[in-house]
Every structure is written in C-alpha cells, then in structure tokens.
Ligand binder design. Structure first.
Ligand code: CMP
Length: 156
C-alpha cells in the first residue's frame, strides 16, 4: 500500500504555441495519472523568479524568464502512486534533441530552453511547487472510475 504523490507540471509557452497541449495532457491521462488541478496562467515576474531561483546565477536565467512569460502556460497538478518519478520519466531529460525517444521531450522537442514541460523533481520540490501555483480550493478530491484498473490490489 503506497500513499499517492502529487506533482506539479507546467506546460510551457512553446507547447501552447505549437498546439501540443492536448497531446501532452493526453500522455499524462493515458499513463493513468489523475488530474486534480489545472489552470491557464500568464506568469508574472515574481513567481517565475521564485520558481527558477536555483538558476538565478546561470547565464540562461534572463532568457528563461522571458520565455516563460512570452505567452500563457497551463499549470497542472497530477496525482498517483510514485507520480513524481513517473512524470519525470514521461517528460524526459532537459535537452529535447538528446532526450529518450518515447518521452515528451524526446518525441516533441529539440531545445534545452523550449522543452515543453516542467515537472517537479522531488517530493520536497513538488510540495513547494504545487502551492506556488495553486490555492487549496483549486485542488479537487474526486473518485475516478478507472482507479481499480490502474493499480494492482497491493499497490493502492
Ligand atoms: P525545467 O525543467 O523547467 O527546469 C529549468 C529550465 O531551465 C529547464 O526546464 C529549461 O527550460 C531551462 N534550461 C535549463 N538549462 C538551460 C540551458 N543550458 N539553456 C537554456 N535554458 C535552460
């Protein structure tokens, strides 16, 4: 019996510009992850600076901030057993051109900056990042009819 995890995903401006929102959300849905929060947002300077604070000394920081604010993003909270690592595997490593085929970045992107998706990389990051982008009343607890068939009886 494992406790389900929550993880934050940001669908970045390049994905919306390239009409890949449905494709990307569909991959998370088909995997068996449960969408418990979802909204479109135009990111302000403060939230982007906070979200990428660990990159503030990197040469790409200014460009990354401008890119993330260049058009709206879609923020999603996904839930599932071992969801944080499962989503990172689906997304693939940072650089699209060398990311594994089969992953979102490997199949759909070429860039390091414009890599379509952000996903939390640890339980500590997920906890902080979910509440950075969502309020409690924007997270939904509901029963999903496919639940019994997504996990084995000893995995829920
Ligand atoms: P993300 O997973 O959101 O985490 C940090 C982001 O910084 C990363 O995806 C890329 O969008 C961006 N990034 C990381 N490395 C570079 C780089 N070398 N040049 C430009 N952007 C980068």
């Amino acid at each position: 019996m494992s406790k389900p995890e929550r993880t934050l995903v940001l669908i970045k401006p390049d994905a919306l510009q390239r009409n890949l929102l449905g494709e990307i959300v569909g991959r998370f849905e088909r995997k068996g992850l449960k969408i418990i929060g979802m909204k479109m947002m135009q990111l302000g300077d403060l939230v982007v600076t906070e979200h990428y604070a660990h990159h503030q000394d990197k040469p790409f920081f200014g460009g990354l901030k401008a890119f993330m604010q260049s058009s709206p993003i879609v923020a999603i909270v996904l839930e599932g057993v071992e969801a944080i690592s499962a989503v990172r595997l689906l997304v693939g490593p940072t650089k699209g051109s060398t990311a594994d085929a089969g992953s979102i970045r490997g199949d759909l992107s070429m860039s390091t900056q414009a890599n379509l998706v952000h996903a939390s990389d640890s339980p500590e990051a997920a906890e902080k990042e979910v509440w950075r982008f969502f309020n409690t009343d924007e997270i939904f607890a509901y029963k999903k009819v496919d639940y019994e068939f997504i996990y084995g009886s000893d995995e829920k």
